[in-house]
Design a binder for this molecule. Structure first.
Ligand code: NDP
Length: 342
């Protein structure tokens, strides 16, 4: 196995990337991670060690989604590129292009360099947000990999648009570019599971905000949950299994509401019980608040029905056994307490 060329993982400092790097190391691959700045190299090494792996098998190269520098060098000599890097802000910017441009242009940069470097397969980290917001879907629809969000909907956040546009442009590129690598796409839902350090993903940041007592009440919204350990395994299987080429995979299990997350937080850490949301806001109240509150506006597309979905393709094609949503949330909370972050 040691003779494999290194697997490239973009955005190595991200939560999903760190777990994915560790999973590749466990399978005997060396990994080359891209970073916006070398300053985060030590953070990634420590995360990998925390996951029981040899950090000596990880090297780094600097590349930013917003410019061309470094990408050809990053993928040189590699057969597999896993592209996880993408802006994932906790607050939506006033100018949507701040999020959309790096997601879209960065994906194209990675794909162009991968084509030039004769990479065999790219695995792209998309999201269920690129699936869950099509136009004209009937109530009760069961979402699957057949669904694509409609980025022209004007009720969607810049982040949702960025993930949808980046994934669509990747499929278009693969179809229209001679010599392009194979593409497989992972569409994770709300990612939970163990945090590894204080450089928190937005999905973990939510607990820190709840633990401060910031949300006495929350909108009635719920989402499927994916444990980051399963998301990492999904990326590795999608890189290695022949049948994954040309496919996208919805990775999620069960549902949890924002209120549920608060209740699990209180159950696991009773000292925070007084801080967690006490009740759910009626939808009508959220809609009224959205007239004046920009943050509330971003949850409007989530109000209403709980999205039914299937994760069958990920389970059968990628051989995944997905951890239950409660297990994933519990692992997130326990890791944050262990790291003394909540
Ligand atoms: P993180 O915020 O932990 O990771 C995001 C990564 O992207 C970081 O490495 C970050 O680098 C990098 N990045 C952001 N902007 C740029 C840029 N301009 N140039 C280069 N790198 C950049 O989040 P996650 O690990 O959770 O997310 C990883 C991917 O998974 C993203 O594509 C996200 O959209 C997707 N995803 C996440 C879900 C979740 O719930 N967490 C759910 C579904 C999909 P830096 O450290 O320098 O900021």
């Amino acid at each position: 196995m040691a003779s494999h060329p290194p697997v490239v993982v973009t955005g190595a400092s991200g939560l999903i990337a760190k777990h994915t790097i560790a999973e590749f190391l466990r399978r005997g691959f060396a990994v080359r991670g891209t970073l916006r700045s070398m300053e985060k190299a030590e953070e990634v090494r420590q995360a990998v060690v925390r996951l029981g792996c040899d950090a000596g098998k990880v090297s780094f190269i600097v590349a930013d989604l917003s410019n061309d520098g470094g990408w050809n060098e990053a993928v040189a000599g590699s057969q597999i590129v896993v592209h996880t890097a993408s802006p994932f802000p906790i607050a939506q910017p006033d100018d949507p292009e701040e999020v959309i441009a790096p997601a879209r242009d960065g994906t194209l940069r990675v794909l162009r360099s991968a084509t030039a470097g004769a990479v065999a397969r790219v695995v792209l980290t998309s999201s269920t947000v690129a699936i869950f917001y099509p136009s004209g879907v009937a109530k009760g629809h069961v979402y699957s990999e057949e669904d694509f969000s409609d980025e022209t909907r004007n009720d969607l956040t810049p982040y949702i648009k960025s993930k949808t546009i980046a994934e669509k442009i990747a499929w278009d590129f693969i179809e229209s570019t001679p010599g392009a690598p194979e593409l497989a796409v992972i569409n994770p839902s709300f990612v939970q599971g163990p945090a590894l350090d204080g450089d928190l993903s937005t999905s973990h940041e939510l607990y820190r905000i709840m633990a401060r007592g910031t949300y006495p009440a929350v909108p009635k919204i719920s989402f499927p949950v994916a444990d980051v350990r399963d998301v990492a395994a999904a990326h590795v299987e999608a890189a290695l299994r022949p049948q994954a080429a040309g496919n996208r995979y919805l990775v999620g299990e069960g549902h949890l509401s924002l209120y549920d997350l608060g209740q699990i937080l209180a159950r696991e850490l009773p000292d925070l019980r007084s801080k967690v949301p006490k009740f759910e806001l009626p939808d009508a109240a959220v809609k009224a608040m959205a007239l004046v509150d920009k943050k509330m506006r971003t949850v409007l597309p989530e109000l209403g029905e709980k999205k039914d979905y299937t994760n069958l393709r990920a389970k059968t094609d990628l051989g995944l056994e997905l951890r239950p949503a409660d297990t994933a949330a519990t692992a997130a909370i326990r890791s944050l307490r262990e790291l003394k972050l909540i």
